[in-house]
Design a protein around this ligand. Structure first.
Ligand SMILES: Cc1cc2nc3c(=O)[nH]c(=O)nc-3n(C[C@H](O)[C@H](O)[C@H](O)COP(=O)(O)OP(=O)(O)OC[C@H]3O[C@@H](n4cnc5c(N)ncnc54)[C@H](O)[C@@H]3O)c2cc1C
Length: 382
């Protein structure tokens, strides 16, 4: 078992770090929305579509490459990490893996250039963790598909150019599919911009007899089963961001503890704080190792659902707990909106809910432990 990065991986990580420190750091923590400018810079530097095949316009690299870039970028500028996520780990992978030639040609170049943004349109008012309760319908009509329904909590919803709408082509769970919808499609509309606790925006999306070409269907049955591996990739991206923000908070707190003096000595000389730092460091190392395990076992494919769930759950909780402890170490300056620490706490909190909550991850892990499925539904009475 080799825990060291190859020379190529080190070089990639270094070039991503240089880009982040040179170009992204000056505006880090000041973005109000999606950092379009930085998404374009990532594209120009060959850091979009890292895991997407060359024939689809990507870099044909490995998932580990994408993880290393995400870590380097997110630690410096979390908002630019959103651009790495959107162009490498999120719904873009669904399009690349399952899209027809036409939808790939129409959509991928824009996304890979950092000029488009695609979201996952999954959650509905009545379907959160229980995604299979979704009600949005899809019906073929000649060369088109007609969608009706509503999506909520759509990240960057006010700024997206496309979304992958999860919908049902029939009443059964196996009839669940997904369709790429451009925001200018007839019958598509967005609700007003709303704000998460982290400051990021989201919006509700509505489809009223919304029509898109039939070629924009990614799957018209068993989409959940078929995309399972892609969810693993998305979860890894989410886990790496949580880890990276936790690491960024930790690094800030370490510097603070070295220089801030109370009772005539630096904070780092108080054992009560040293142990906090030891705990934070152990958690960050463990989260990183769990992510790297999930990713290196996946090689160029997708991580195992169990390993991705373990990595996501642990990294989500670590990111938040470390950021929260780091804030404590910084005292009032940690709690002040004048400094980034409080943002790191607010931002890491959301990933414990988004992309499969930590409870849902634990459900999946427990199924692997007992090697059986536990239905979350009430028992049938008939
Ligand atoms: C920052 C952020 C970004 C998001 N971005 C998007 C997006 O871009 N696109 C999108 O479609 N959605 C998005 N979401 C929505 C997200 O997918 C849902 O919030 C998530 O699936 C949980 O659904 P819910 O909020 O309806 O909570 P509920 O499903 O109502 O759950 C409430 C609580 O109960 C727990 N719970 C539910 N069922 C079980 C169970 N069986 N066992 C144990 N615990 C359970 C949950 O873990 C949670 O803690 C985002 C959410 C956040 C916070």
């Amino acid at each position: 078992m080799d825990f060291s990065l190859t020379p190529e991986q080190q070089a990639l990580q270094e070039s991503a770090r240089r880009l982040a420190e040179g170009r992204f750091a000056p505006r880090a923590f000041t973005w109000a929305g999606f950092p379009w400018e930085n998404a374009k810079l990532l594209a120009e530097t060959g850091l979009t579509g890292i895991t997407i095949p060359v024939e689809d316009g990507g870099q044909g690299g490995s998932l580990m490459d994408a993880v290393l870039v995400m870590e380097a970028v997110s630690q410096v500028c979390p908002h630019s990490g959103d651009a790495v996520q959107a162009t490498n780990f999120g719904a873009i992978r669904q399009v690349s893996a399952f899209g027809s030639g036409r939808v790939k040609r129409d959509v991928l170049p824009q996304l890979l250039a950092g000029e488009g943004l695609i979201s996952a349109g999954m959650s509905e008012p009545e379907a959160g963790s229980a995604l299979t309760d979704l009600r949005t319908t899809a019906e073929y009509d000649g060369d088109e598909v007609v969608l009706n329904g509503e999506k909520v909590w759509n990240s960057h919803g006010p700024e997206i150019t496309h979304t992958v709408v999860w919908c049902r082509f029939g009443p059964r769970t196996r009839d669940i599919g997904c369709v790429v919808v451009p925001v200018d499609a007839p019958g598509f509309s967005r609700g007003p911009a709303e704000t998460y606790m982290s400051g990021e925006q989201h919006a509700a999306l509505a489809m009223n007899d919304c029509r898109v070409p039939r070629d924009y269907v990614l799957a018209d049955h068993e989409a959940l089963q078929r995309m399972f591996t892609i969810f693993g990739v998305e979860r890894v991206g989410n886990a790496v961001r949580a880890l990276s923000l936790g690491q960024a908070a930790f690094d800030r707190a370490v510097e603070h503890a070295k220089t801030r003096e109370q009772f005539g000595r630096p904070l780092c000389e108080f054992q009560g704080l040293q142990w906090k730092f030891a705990d934070m460091r152990m958690k960050l190392d463990a989260a990183r190792l769990l992510i790297y395990r999930a990713v290196s076992n996946a090689d160029r494919g997708a991580p195992s659902p169990t390993e991705a769930s373990i990595a996501k759950c642990f990294a989500n909780e670590t990111g938040f707990e470390v950021a929260n402890q780091a804030l404590q170490v910084m005292g009032a300056s940690g709690y002040s909106t004048a400094y980034p620490m409080e943002y790191l706490v607010r931002r890491t909190r959301g990933w414990m809910i988004a992309g499969g909550s930590t409870e849902m991850m634990r459900n999946r892990i427990a199924e692997a432990v007992f090697d059986r499925r536990f239905s979350q539904r009430p028992p049938r009475r008939d």
